[in-house]
Design a protein around this ligand. Structure first.
Ligand code: PAF
Length: 284
């Protein structure tokens, strides 16, 4: 496995790899890998001959007072996991390599879809995400890029960016990977105390109740929102509990197969998100 922190080395690897043929897949991450990331690497492998992983905690997508400084980092552990997963190249640049001139003059600002859900409480977050993903696409020119469905809004906006800006990359999505008790895997789970970890289960349980509602044929969106709100309680403060159309990300009144229930909540000091796409065999 090649490991580099330098863009020009990535470009040289891409040139060399392309000249010998084969499809290149990129899995962009912020590191501190867990089974969810490893499943994205597996998906990448199914779609490509060469799999690259980027590890970069992108300051542009963190707001003031968010967890940029304390975001978990462990490069050696990530490299061991990536290597065991058969990754061909890891790009783990410092901030100065990605943003050599500091704050960019030009960035990708979503016109729509970023003022709802997570975007409401995290203004500028998706500008940061889309800008760095666009830069990674510029550095790697991958044939395929793989993102997790856990960040549903992020995935939807990346798909729109690729379509709207005609970026020649195919986006593949990886289903949410959960702990045995249903908690969606996230690098931020490590912030949870033992009690918070237990309380956090109210999110996936609420989503499970939404799946049951759908299986029992309920199409009115109101009971879904009520079930999601029930995730709140002692130590769990719900930020949003929504049922949306998967493409527009706008709230809906009538639920169909493919509609998405999403929840964000603060559990202790930790902000968690989770979702379920209705009508899919989600393990909740
Ligand atoms: O989902 C993430 O880990 C990040 O938002 C991403 C896509 C790697 C961009 O920094």
């Amino acid at each position: 496995m090649k490991v580099t922190a330098v863009k020009s080395e990535v470009r040289a690897w891409v040139r060399e790899t392309r000249s010998s043929g084969g499809v290149i897949a990129l899995v962009p991450t912020m590191g501190y890998l867990h089974a969810g990331h490893l499943s994205l690497l597996e998906i990448a492998r199914r779609h490509a001959d060469h799999v690259a992983l980027s590890i970069f905690v992108n300051p542009l997508q963190f707001g003031a007072g968010e967890d940029l400084e304390r975001y978990p980092r462990d490069l050696q552990r990530d490299l061991d996991l990536a290597s065991a997963a058969g990754t061909d190249l890891v790009f783990a640049p410092p901030v100065t390599e990605m943003y050599p001139t500091g704050e960019p003059w030009v960035s990708v600002i979503p016109e729509r879809g970023a003022d709802v859900l997570c975007g409401r409480s995290r203004p500028g977050h998706f500008r940061g995400v889309l800008t760095v993903v666009n830069k990674l696409f510029g550095i790697f020119a991958p044939d395929v890029a793989v993102f997790g469905e856990k960040d549903f809004q992020q995935l939807a906006l990346i798909r729109r960016m690729v379509a709207d800006l005609d970026i020649p990359v195919r986006i593949e999505a990886g289903p949410i990977v959960r702990e045995a008790d249903g908690l969606a895997m996230s690098s931020r789970n490590r912030y949870l105390s033992e009690d918070d970890r237990e309380r956090a289960l109210s999110l996936s349980r609420a989503l499970g109740r939404c799946s049951e509602l759908f299986r029992s044929g309920v199409h009115d969106a109101a009971p879904y929102r009520q079930q999601l709100q029930r995730a709140g309680g002692a130590g769990v403060s719900v930020e949003y509990a929504e049922v949306v159309d998967p493409d527009s990300l706008l709230s809906i009144d009538r639920v169909e197969s493919g509609s998405v229930c999403l929840i964000a909540a603060r559990v202790g000091g930790t902000r968690l998100i989770d979702n379920v796409v209705l009508g899919t065999p989600a393990r909740l």
